[in-house]
Design a protein around this ligand. Structure first.
Ligand code: SF4
Ligand code: SF4
Length: 65
């Protein structure tokens, strides 16, 4: 299942997009979102989703779906 960004919590810092190994995080008009079709939950790459690990806001901002 892909991860999801809660837009109301996101500060648009861009950290998650820089860390995503799948280029699944896109920025459009200042808002970041995760392309569900491209997100692998970092399966086989890292133990935890790298976007969540790097997000300064954390679990309130990037959630499991
Ligand atoms: S869980 Fe991994 S693949 Fe999915 S958006 Fe986050 S960093 Fe990218
Ligand atoms: S790291 Fe967190 S706060 Fe920064 S753009 Fe990504 S989801 Fe938003």
């Amino acid at each position: 299942m892909p991860m999801r960004i809660i837009a109301s919590e996101c500060t648009a810092c861009g950290e998650c997009a820089a860390l995503c190994p799948s280029d699944a995080i896109v920025e459009k008009r200042g808002y970041y979102s995760i392309n569900a079709a491209a997100c692998t939950e970092c399966d086989g790459i890292a133990e935890l989703p790298q976007c969540l690990e790097g997000c300064p806001v954390g679990e309130d901002c990037i959630v499991y779906t």
